[in-house]
Every structure is written in C-alpha cells, then in structure tokens.
Design a binder for this molecule. Structure first.
Ligand code: IPE
Ligand code: IPE
Ligand code: MG
Length: 241
C-alpha cells in the first residue's frame, strides 16, 4: 500500500512546518554549484505546496532563509534573493489559481526592496484565498521574533495599555509573526541534520518532529505522505496520560 493510501484524511495535521535543508549538498553530489541546488529546491516547494493543498492541509510554513543565512557569501545571498523574486513572478498566478494564500514571517525590512515588492504583490493578489496558507519564513529566526515580541509588549506596558498581570501565553502568541497561524503539529527537516536552527521555537512546544535523510531537492510527494503517516502513528500525550 502506498503511503498516500495509509493517510487518514480525517486526522491530517492542520499545520506542517518544514526546514528545507540540503540544497547545497545535493548539488555538490551532482558536481554542480550550490545555486543549482537552490533552483532545484524551488521545484520541491512547488510539489509539496500542491500536495498539501490537494490533501487538505490548510497551513504550510517553509523555512526559506534564516537570519543567520545573511552570513553566507554575498554571491549566494544575492542568488537566493534573485531566485525568490524570479520564482514569485513565475509561480504566483498558479498559486492564486489553486486558491492558495501567500504569507510571510520574518523581518521583511531586511530584504531587498525588489523582494518586498514582489512579496507584497503576491500577498495582495492571494489575500482572500482559503484553501491553503503558504507562509514563507524569510530573514526569520525565532529569537529575532521573540525579542521583537518582548519589545512590543514592553512598549505597551510602558504606555499603560497592558498590565503585566495580563501577560499570558495567548497574549505572547499574539505578538509573534505567526499570530494568525495555529501551532504546527508536524515539523519536517530534510538532509539528515537533527536540529531546529532557530525555527519556530515557541510554536513547536508540542510539535511532532520528523527527520529524513533526503535532501530538499529530492523530497517529493511520497516522502511527504510518509512523514504524515508516521505523524499519525505517534502517540501525542501533551504531558498527560
Ligand atoms: C537550504 O539548503 C536552503 C537555505 C538554507 C537557504 P542549504 O543551502 O542549507 O544546503 P546545505 O545544507 O548546505 O546542503
Ligand atoms: C536552516 O538551514 C535554514 C533554512 C532551511 C532556511 P541551515 O542550513 O541554514 O541551518 P544549519 O546551518 O545547518 O543549522
Ligand atoms: Mg543547510
């Protein structure tokens, strides 16, 4: 039986988050440069986004560029930003046709203006779409996000808009860039690395973690279904019995 046939569609994860890792190593294995790996990685983004929409998963959040990734060689950073602009231009109509809403999390101010324009156009075009919310984490890191939230809350307290006693988990969640998304039930990381790399630290408190050896450009629909089947076989206790 294929993995897809084993999925119980009445118990799908509502939010899948993915750390798309291994583009560079995948390219090196083929004797190509790292940027070739990123370009191939975009094809996986398309495949996995469409597969989630078809299955009926309503939220997908992809780690595309971390705050720490700014520290890579400038040529790779520039190539990644160009690829983002190019891919958005190419894919946005198809996303819209599939009733997919584009969203971003991260420090948009840090991105080149060209990327911000393209992202804003895409978000405006797709803002009323209902089937799947595709969030791209760009210039994102969890510590950046939490620091930002703490600053905003402190400012509101200072202005007398919030009493310190009112600060609870729900309020904090409301100041994160994921405020309009449910917490992920499933986090997938490709490429064999078993770490979180500053992704959604607050939001994954009770998320199921799934690690695969596959590099991101080779991650396909069947691999996604396999991860969902494993998720559905886990016993989620949330600290209870
Ligand atoms: C993931 O692939 C994409 C980004 C982080 C932008 P990598 O570029 O990290 O590829 P590896 O991990 O070096 O193979
Ligand atoms: C995490 O991958 C960030 C993204 C996938 C965008 P990295 O390749 O940057 O993470 P490390 O360096 O292996 O932790
Ligand atoms: Mg990597």
């Amino acid at each position: 039986m294929s993995y897809k046939d084993q999925i119980d569609t009445s118990r799908l994860p509502q939010h899948i988050a993915i750390i798309m890792d291994g583009n560079g190593r995948w390219a090196k294995k083929q004797g190509k440069n790292r940027v070739f790996g990123h370009t191939e990685g975009v094809k996986s983004v398309r495949r996995i986004t469409e597969a989630c929409a078809k299955l009926g998963v309503p939220y997908l959040t992809l780690y595309a560029f971390s705050t720490e990734n700014w520290g890579r060689p400038p040529a790779e950073v520039t190539a990644l930003m160009e690829l983002l602009v190019h891919s958005l231009r190419k894919e946005i109509k198809s996303l819209n046709d599939q009733n997919i809403r584009l969203n971003t999390i991260g420090d948009m101010n840090a991105l080149p203006p060209k990327c911000v324009r393209e992202l804003n156009d895409g978000m405006n075009l797709t803002q009323n779409n209902q089937r799947l919310t595709l969030s791209l984490a760009l210039s994102y890191s969890s510590r950046w996000e939490i620091t930002n939230a703490v600053k905003q809350i402190a400012e509101e307290v200072k202005q007398g808009k919030i009493e310190p006693a009112q600060i609870n988990e729900q309020l904090i969640s409301g100041y994160l860039s994921t405020h309009n998304l449910p917490d992920p039930e499933l986090l997938i990381r490709t490429s064999g690395e078993q770490r979180i790399s500053n992704y959604l630290l607050w939001q994954i408190a009770y998320t199921e973690l799934y690690f695969t050896e596959k590099y991101w450009p080779e991650f396909n629909e069947e691999e996604l279904y396999r991860a969902i089947v494993e998720y559905q076989n886990r016993d989620r206790r949330f600290g209870k019995l």
